[in-house]
Design a protein around this ligand. Sequence first.
Ligand SMILES: NC(=O)c1ccc[n+]([C@@H]2O[C@H](COP(=O)([O-])OP(=O)(O)OC[C@H]3O[C@@H](n4cnc5c(N)ncnc54)[C@H](O)[C@@H]3O)[C@@H](O)[C@H]2O)c1
Length: 254
Amino acid sequence: MDGKVALVTGTSGVAAATCARLLELGVRVLACGIDEAANATLRERTPGIVVRRADMAEAADVEACVADAVNRFGGVDVIVNAAAIHPFGTVVDTDAATWARCLAVNLGSIYLTGHFGIPALRNRGGGSIVNLASIQGHACQRGVAAYTATKGAIHALTRAMALDHAPDNIRVNSVSPGSVRTPMLAVAARHFDGPDADVEAVFRRFGDAHPLGRIAEAEEVAEMIVFLAGPRASFCTGGDYLIDGGLKAGIGVR
Ligand SMILES: NC(=O)c1ccc[n+]([C@@H]2O[C@H](COP(=O)([O-])OP(=O)(O)OC[C@H]3O[C@@H](n4cnc5c(N)ncnc54)[C@H](O)[C@@H]3O)[C@@H](O)[C@H]2O)c1
């Protein structure tokens, strides 16, 4: 992948691990995130990366990120869509603004990076898009109505984009992780056990639910993403790739 260009949405957790792995492989990376603290940490920890502040739910910001990658690096070959938020609630207790924002960030950002980014991939003769879905797009826990709706929709959108852009030599796949040690999962731990939660203890409990007996590290998910983004996945398109420690294989009855 030496010399390729990747645009990555999100700047912490899985996105940060993916950026680091891509850079190791000689890819030039533009990471786009809304959180200035996460952006600064990524810049400090990842020599060679370019990080841009952007709200990937906003069309103008996404258009500017794609233009920045093209102007700075000469084009775009890979898009990794990892930006997301994870509100909790049923449809009754999720307010309309939270519902709309969750759809705009988690799903709308994938539409927008495709809308503005696919012409750039076409100009390079093709490329690869990897969308972060979730195990929650296959089966879900209680109280995650908006989040799970976006993740199921990402599976469907991935198939649609794969079919539409196969003639452009653009492959589109999604990745569906189980629980991954990231800031998002720490927020989930505090949601369940309160603001003073022992986050590591909650992570062990989440891990116990996975047949492999632990949660994933962000780097493990990054390996799958980078594989799908790269030439070794040359016949993979329209697929969803579980990386869930066996979670979906079981029926949870003991
Ligand atoms: N952590 C898990 O257990 C888990 C499990 C399954 C799927 N996922 C998915 O993996 C992906 C990465 O999440 P993560 O676990 O690394 O969490 P994370 O919170 O570390 O990463 C999400 C990133 O998105 C950024 N972001 C949020 N809204 C944005 C916006 N409007 N514009 C730009 N950036 C924005 C955040 O600042 C953050 O850097 C997400 O799509 C998430 O849904 C995570």
